[in-house]
Write a protein of this length. Structure first.
Length: 311
């Protein structure tokens, strides 16, 4: 069976449908001798005749063995055609990718990336998972958004630098850009000490500020709620809050009955770097993966142009 060629099955089907070797040859664009060679090779592989040949102008007849080969041959050719279509779709950008993400990317970058991908490839299969903040690994993922570098073997693309902003109740901080040293000793609500948070706190310390952290939470809305409740100020990346900052006044409006929050630039401005990681060589193997990276770079570039300038 390993010696059977798909062309031999195609030739057999054409003969069965046309009735003669000559008409099958015309249909397929082969010489009649090539058709005869295909059938001879097929009969050798299956160990018996697949056609009775009465000779002359009379049509050939399928043998009982030939009927079995014909039935299974049609199924094989159908699967081969499906395989060809699947390969074509993959090369055109279809397929599956597994993406790891983090909260702020899921809010700001990823939705636009996904919408554009699905517009281009409606049948693509995208699986999402949230990265473990304290031990991010590429693992079995095809892509991982993360605010830091991973191992040296991972291919990484710097998407953008995301500035940190101070968020506080009105009159808690002076208007305009705030010197980072003024945060020294102030109560602060912060992220857990994972991802880029330790580097942020070290940056504040280098600027002469060691805030008193009174509560840690991985939920951005929770942090803003605690700031509104008077627990302390917060220092958050722009990506995590840009969608709730009022464009006209630069504040974050609170629910009815709660105060608005003021957003302040810090001087000097701490930033975190958002990277997109992938396994070595993987993007060259998957057109869908390569296109996802291209779109992510474009989306992040547009967002970076909207981000506040560093001071």
């Amino acid at each position: 069976m390993a010696e059977i060629d798909l062309r031999q099955l195609t030739t057999m089907i054409a003969i069965a449908e046309e009735g003669t070797f000559s008409r099958a040859a015309n249909r397929l664009g082969y010489t009649q001798s090539s058709v005869s060679q295909h059938i001879a090779a097929l009969e050798k592989a299956v160990g018996g005749a697949v056609f009775d040949r009465p000779g002359g102008p009379r049509p050939v007849r399928i043998t009982p063995l030939g009927a079995v080969v014909l039935e299974q041959g049609r199924a094989l050719l159908s699967k081969a055609e499906a395989l060809g279509h699947a390969v074509d779709r993959f090369k055109a950008g279809d397929g599956r990718i597994d993406v790891g993400t983090l909260q702020s990317v899921s809010n700001a970058i990823l939705p636009t990336v996904l919408r554009r991908l699905r517009d281009e490839q409606p049948n693509c299969d995208i699986r999402l998972s949230e990265a473990e903040p304290d031990a991010a690994q590429i693992g079995e993922l095809d892509l991982l958004f993360y605010d830091g570098l991973l191992s040296d073997t991972t291919e990484s693309v710097l998407l953008m630098e995301d500035p940190y902003l101070a968020v506080a109740l009105p009159d808690n901080l002076p208007a305009g850009p705030v010197p980072a040293r003024l945060l020294d000793g102030k109560a602060m609500v912060a992220w857990p000490a994972t991802c880029d948070q330790p580097r942020l706190e070290q940056s504040l310390a280098n600027a002469g500020a060691q805030p008193h952290i009174v509560f840690r939470s991985a939920g951005n809305e929770t942090i803003l709620s605690m700031v509104r409740a008077g627990m302390g100020l917060a220092v958050l990346p722009w990506l995590t809050i840009h969608h709730v900052i009022c464009r006209s006044c630069g504040a974050i409006h609170g629910p009815e009955g709660w105060p608005d929050l003021q957003v302040h630039h810090l001087a000097p401005t701490p930033t975190r770097k958002i990277y997109l990681h992938s396994p070595p060589g993987r993007s060259a193997q998957s057109p869908l993966l390569a296109r996802t990276i291209e779109i992510a770079v474009e989306v992040a570039r547009d967002l970076a142009q909207q981000a506040p300038a560093r001071t």
